[in-house]
Design a protein around this ligand. Structure first.
Ligand code: MTE
Ligand code: MO
Length: 362
């Protein structure tokens, strides 16, 4: 069970009850991106969402090393200066937490209670992972690479470092980065300083922060965050399929002004420009529709700022006096479209059900 754990963490089953203290604790540590920040092509670092399973480690870069070993001909260690000396790439990448949308399910899996805000797009700079793996010469017997973060904690009854794996083929894709800069500055502590993995198109759990070791192994990795967490399960005993790439999704900046407490929106009657962003890790976004009270119309789409980044969309809405329910939904190049109702899963993974924004006009 990921990001807080259900049966594995504290024995709690999904609930339709009120928010728990444990969920509040997680929500107070792991912030979402305020939806008005959908206005920026690149999310300012302080507005990007954040998900930290255990504690943020404090790492002295001078003492830190990246260990590359396991089934490789030439194991070695790199300093941060060594990584920075390799040819660098910068990519704009939209990242989303696989638990985004979890708290909209009923019953609600108990974990980080995201609504829709676990999203952000940053400019990530780093060395292609492939260049580092080339120096190591991976053995033909290796099937996966295991990435270990320096953070440590207990989840599902297991003490662990945060660890995830990729197949050798996925790891060798040219746009997988060992990133040391976010938005043209050194990584901030909460985003993985001094180095993190960055896997474009995948849900965020794959992009291991505070990276300390890469190990080539000869069988699929069975660590907790791979085998138990991040799976589409119907119940705790269901082995389920693994969660991988981000499903298609569109979000809008809620128009008008909010009520402080309920966040309900107030909009002036007349033409209102509604805008937002849409992305997919499984293809490119081909279409965004804007919905008013159940009817849909095509929104205008702008070019993406990069192959792994969201596209801006907008819709000129004639706001008529009264109470309205606004929504948006995206379709990607694989033909997948966001659902209006979400099939349930036990860990609350990849819920890309359409956003709903209630507004009062006039
Ligand atoms: N070492 C480590 N890496 C991690 C995590 C973590 O808790 N520890 N959380 C993962 C999850 S679930 C997500 S969604 C992303 C969040 O990245 P961000 O906090 O930089 O937005 O980091 C991933 N990498
Ligand atoms: Mo996540």
């Amino acid at each position: 069970m990921s990001e807080g754990a259900l049966a594995g963490g504290h024995g709690s089953e999904p609930t339709d009850g009120p928010l728990t203290l444990e969920e509040l604790q997680l929500a107070a540590r792991n912030r979402g991106m305020p939806l008005e920040a959908l206005r920026y092509d690149i999310t300012p670092t302080g507005l990007h969402y954040l998900l930290v399973h255990f504690d943020i480690p404090s790492i002295a870069a001078e003492e830190w090393r990246l260990h590359v070993g396991g089934l490789v001909a030439d194991p070695f260690e790199l300093t941060l200066a060594d990584v920075r000396a390799l040819p660098a790439r910068t990519l704009a990448v939209t990242m989303e937490c696989a638990g985004n949308g979890r708290a909209r399910l009923n019953p609600r899996p108990l974990s980080q209670p995201w609504l829709v805000e676990a999203i952000g797009t940053a400019r990530w700079t780093g060395a292609p992972l492939r260049d580092v793996l080339d120096i190591a010469h991976i053995s033909p017997d290796a099937v996966e690479l295991v990435f270990t973060g320096l953070d440590r904690g207990v989840q599902g009854g297991e003490e662990q470092h945060y660890q995830r794996s990729l197949t050798v083929a996925e790891a060798l894709l040219p746009d997988v980065l060992l990133a040391y800069e976010m938005n043209d500055r050194l990584l901030e502590p909460q985003h993985g300083y001094p180095l993190r993995l960055l896997v474009p198109g995948w849900y965020g759990m794959t992009s291991v922060k505070w990276l300390a070791a890469i190990e080539a192994v000869d069988r699929p990795f069975e660590g907790y965050q791979q085998k138990d967490a991040y799976r589409f399960q119907l119940d705790p005993d269901d082995p389920g399929e693994s969660v991988e790439r981000m499903r298609v999704r569109a979000l809008m900046v809620p128009p008008g002004i909010p009520d402080f407490f309920s966040r309900r929106r107030f909009v002036e009657p007349g033409p209102t420009l509604v805008l937002g962003r849409a992305w997919s890790g499984e293809g490119s976004v081909d279409r965004v529709e804007f919905g008013v009270d159940g009817g849909w119309a095509d929104a205008a789409l702008e070019p993406a700022i990069g192959p792994y980044a969201w596209r801006r969309w907008s819709f000129e809405w004639r706001a008529e006096p009264g109470e309205h329910s606004l929504s948006c939904r995206a379709t990607d190049s694989t033909g997948r479209v966001q659902p209006v109702e979400q099939p349930w899963n036990y860990q609350g993974m990849a819920n890309n059900m359409v956003q709903l924004v209630d507004v009062s006009v006039g």
